[in-house]
Ligand binder design. Structure first.
Ligand code: NAP
Length: 261
């Protein structure tokens, strides 16, 4: 009988940056439910402790540890990877999920504001990929790196020029790194979501994840669970022939209803 074992993340060691809430938190919980050993991480030890405790106190087959890390800080990133190897012996998958943005007209963005957003979204991705990649290359069987971009980085985003530019760089970086790391059996891919109902989006737009009907095709917003499903796919052997790609995941194409299709 076919058992779809290729979708398994059982016993995989997965580092998920920015997993105190939103997509990262849900991904940690879902992969742990699939039997993974997850490393929950963000700038807030208190928040990630709560996420890891929630996983460890539940009846899932996986487990979690919590390691504080600001992805802008290279020393902290190295310590995150060291703590992972110390706890679980290896790193199978890095999910470069930590990200942040704010909306502002381009003319009003300060140099500090621009650099902060590029630092978190691009340099944080660089730090984590290089630190995890070094450790994956020491393993016999490679690993996976999954970067988070955004459709803001694939088609632009008014009032988020800093964020769009950084995420566009993440898409390009994914392609290049996938070529350099392929000989080491490290698969690098990227996810570029459209709007997803996370706490950040809820506070800005008032749309809660519970309000999104996953069964409906006709929508412009996704759920953290749907993003976690794609992370699981890219983490697993089911995506073994996907390398250097960016999966754009969003709702119905934004074209005129009267368009000649
Ligand atoms: N939600 C969307 O509509 C959407 C759309 C496209 C792309 N994305 C991307 O998907 C990813 C997750 O988005 P989300 O909506 O789930 O985010 P979110 O709800 O805003 O959560 C962001 C996470 O990143 C962490 N974080 C922020 N700055 C950090 C730093 N310097 N170092 C380490 N962790 C940091 C936060 O934790 P702490 O505050 O505790 O540090 C939090 O856990 C991001 O890369 C985002 O750009 C989201």
């Amino acid at each position: 009988m076919i058992q779809n074992k290729q979708f398994s993340v059982k016993d995989d060691v997965v580092v998920i940056t920015g997993s105190s809430q939103g997509i990262g938190k849900t991904t940690a919980e879902q992969l742990a439910a699939g039997g993974a050993k997850v490393v929950v991480s963000s700038r807030s030890q208190e928040k990630i402790d709560a996420v890891a405790e929630g996983i460890n106190d539940s009846d899932v087959s996986g487990e979690a540890i919590a390691v504080e890390c600001d992805v802008r800080d290279r020393d902290a990133v190295e310590a995150l990877m060291d703590a992972t190897v110390e706890a679980f012996g290896r790193i199978d998958t890095l999910v470069n999920n930590a990200g942040a943005s704010f909306m502002e007209r381009f003319d009003e963005i300060s140099e500090n504001g621009w650099k902060t957003i590029v630092d978190i979204n691009l340099h944080g991705t660089f730090h984590c990929a290089q630190a995890a990649g070094e450790r994956m290359q020491e393993q016999d069987d490679g690993g996976r790196i999954i970067n988070f971009a955004s459709i803001a980085g694939t088609r632009g985003a008014p009032y988020m020029s800093h964020y769009g530019a950084a995420k566009a760089a993440v898409v390009n970086f994914t392609t290049t790194l996938s070529v350099e790391y392929a000989p080491h059996d490290i698969r690098v891919n990227c996810i570029a979501p459209g709007l997803v109902a996370t706490p950040g989006v809820e506070s800005q737009m008032g749309i809660a994840a519970d309000d999104v009907d996953r069964d409906s095709v006709d929508r412009q917003i996704g759920t953290p669970e749907e993003m976690a499903d794609i992370v699981q796919f890219l983490s697993s052997d089911a995506s073994s022939y996907i390398v250097g790609e960016t999966i754009v995941t969003k709702g119905v194409p934004d074209i005129d209803e009267g368009a000649d299709v």
